[in-house]
Design a binder for this molecule. Structure first.
Ligand code: AMP
Ligand code: ZN
Ligand code: ZN
Length: 400
C-alpha cells in the first residue's frame, strides 16, 4: 500500500521535478511588412481559413515602426526605448559603436541587444528554442543562444525555410524545439517598391498566402499536429507615399552641422554639433509636414525618448510624406510605400492570426500593441516571463 502511494506521489510531482509542465509547441512566423489590410484586398484563402479555426486580430507596432526595433520588441515585450534597438541603424553611445543592419559583426554582437528575448527565457527554463533569421537571434545575448539558429541568408528560398522549420519538428522528442520563430522578408520589399495601394501587390500577397497553406499542410502531416500552436504576424504595415510629398533635408540643414545622424524615411535622428543645435531646430522646424522633437519632448504615447541610443533630435514626416537627403533621393528607387510612422497610423498595423489547441476558434480579437506578444508566448510555453512592458491581460481573451 505504501509503495503504491509513493508511486502515485512520484507520478503527480514528476512534471515539476523535470522543470515546467510540458506545453504545446509554438511556431511564430513573421512576414515582414504584412499590412493588416492586405488580406481584405487580395485573395487569401489560407489566411481566411486560419481566422475561422483560430484568432484574427491586428497587431500594432512600437514606434518607430521599422524592422529591427519591432522584431526585437516582439521577441522581448520591451519598447525600443527599453531594449536599445532604437532604429535599424543607430549609434550605441555607451559602447561608442555603430549598429548597422548591413554590418554582420554588429548584428551578431550580443551586447547591442537589451532585455531578454523569448528564446533565452525559454532556454533558461528548459524549453528548447529554434530561430530562423529572427532579428537578434544570431547574437549571443547574455551568454545564451537558441539551441538551433542560423545566420541570416537573405537568398534562402522561402520553401527551404518552411522545410527547415518542419525538419526541426521532426527531430526526436529529446532534441525537438518547442518554440520556433521564423522570418520571411516579404511582402516588405514589394510594399516599398509598389506601394500598398498598387493592385500589383495583390498577386504577391496571394503567393505568400499560398506559402502559409503549404506550411500548414506540412504541419498537418506531423504526428504532433494536434499540439502545435501557430502565430502568423508581422513587424509593421506599409503606407503609401508619393514623389509629390517629399521633404528634402538639404533644403533646410547642412550635413556639416551634424556630429552624427541616422535614419531612413520617414524617421531620422540627429546629433547636431553643439554650435548648430539651434540652427537645426530653427531651420528644420520650418520644413512643414514633419514633426521635429527634442529627445526629451517626444510625445509620451510613443514611449520613445529615454534610451541613451536616441539622439538629441528626432524628425518624423507626416503620414504619407517622405524625408530624404538629396543624394539618397537620387538613388532611391522605392517611392511606393514605407513605414516608420507612429502606431496611430493604421497603415502601420500588421496582420495577426493564431490557431492551435490553446487558441479560441473563430475569434476576432481587438487590435493590440506588439509589446504584449512576449507575455502571450510565455503563457503558451508555460514559462515565467522576464521583465517586459507588456500585459498578458490585453491578449488572454484569445486563449481557450
Ligand atoms: P526595413 O524595411 O528597412 O525596416 O528592413 C527590412 C529588411 O531587413 C529586409 O529586407 C531584410 O532583408 C532585412 N533583415 C531582416 N532581418 C535581418 C537580419 N536578421 N539580418 C539582416 N537583415 C535582416
Ligand atoms: Zn519590416
Ligand atoms: Zn521595410
Amino acid at each position: 500500500m505504501k509503495k503504491v502511494l509513493l508511486v502515485i506521489l512520484i507520478l503527480l510531482i514528476h512534471p515539476f521535478l523535470l522543470g515546467s509542465q510540458k506545453s504545446n509547441y509554438l511556431m511564430v512566423l513573421s512576414m515582414d511588412g504584412f499590412q493588416w489590410d492586405y488580406p481584405n484586398k487580395a485573395a487569401t484563402p489560407n489566411l481566411d481559413s486560419l481566422a475561422k479555426i483560430g484568432v484574427i486580430s491586428e497587431i500594432i507596432p512600437a514606434f518607430p515602426s521599422k524592422t529591427f526595433p519591432n522584431h526585437y520588441t516582439l521577441a522581448t515585450g520591451l519598447y525600443p526605448d527599453h531594449h536599445g534597438i532604437v532604429l535599424n541603424d543607430h549609434f550605441n553611445y555607451p559602447l561608442q559603436e555603430w549598429y548597422r543592419t548591413s554590418d554582420r559583426k554588429a548584428v551578431e554582437k550580443g551586447i547591442f541587444y537589451g532585455g531578454e528575448p523569448i528564446w533565452n527565457t525559454a532556454e533558461t527554463q528548459g524549453v528548447k528554442a529554434a530561430t530562423l533569421f529572427w532579428v537578434g537571434s544570431e547574437a549571443d545575448i547574455n551568454g545564451q543562444r537558441p539551441t538551433y539558429w542560423k545566420k541570416y541568408q537573405h537568398d534562402m528560398p522561402f520553401s527551404d525555410r518552411i522545410d527547415t522549420v518542419v525538419s526541426w519538428l521532426k527531430k526526436p522528442v529529446i532534441s525537438r524545439p518547442r518554440l520556433i520563430l521564423w522570418y520571411l522578408h516579404q511582402p516588405d520589399s514589394w510594399g516599398h517598391q509598389l506601394g500598398p495601394e498598387n493592385p500589383e501587390i495583390l498577386p504577391k500577397i496571394q503567393y505568400l498566402d499560398s506559402l502559409v497553406g503549404i506550411f500548414c499542410s506540412k504541419l498537418q502531416m506531423l504526428p504532433i499536429r494536434d499540439s502545435i500552436n501557430v502565430i502568423i504576424t508581422s513587424d509593421h504595415g506599409m503606407g503609401q507615399i508619393s514623389r509629390e510629398r517629399v521633404i528634402i533635408l538639404d533644403h533646410y540643414i547642412k550635413k556639416e552641422w551634424l556630429e552624427k545622424e541616422t535614419g531612413s524615411s520617414p524617421v531620422f535622428m540627429f546629433e547636431p554639433k553643439t554650435v548648430f543645435v539651434d540652427s537645426v531646430v530653427f531651420h528644420l522646424g520650418k520644413a512643414g509636414h514633419l514633426a521635429l522633437w527634442k529627445k526629451t519632448e517626444i510625445p509620451k504615447n510613443l514611449h520613445f525618448g529615454s534610451h541613451s541610443n536616441i539622439m538629441p533630435l528626432v524628425a518624423l514626416a507626416d503620414s504619407g510624406w517622405s524625408i530624404y537627403w538629396q543624394k539618397d533621393l537620387e538613388k532611391e528607387h522605392y517611392l511606393g510605400g514605407t513605414h516608420g510612422y507612429t502606431p496611430e497610423n493604421r497603415d502601420m498595423h500588421a496582420i495577426f492570426y493564431a490557431f492551435g489547441p490553446d487558441f479560441r476558434p473563430n475569434y476576432v480579437h481587438e487590435a493590440f500593441a506588439n509589446i504584449h506578444l512576449y507575455n502571450l508566448m510565455c503563457k503558451l510555453l508555460k514559462i515565467e516571463a522576464g521583465i517586459n512592458d507588456g500585459d498578458l491581460k490585453k491578449v488572454q481573451n484569445m486563449l481557450r
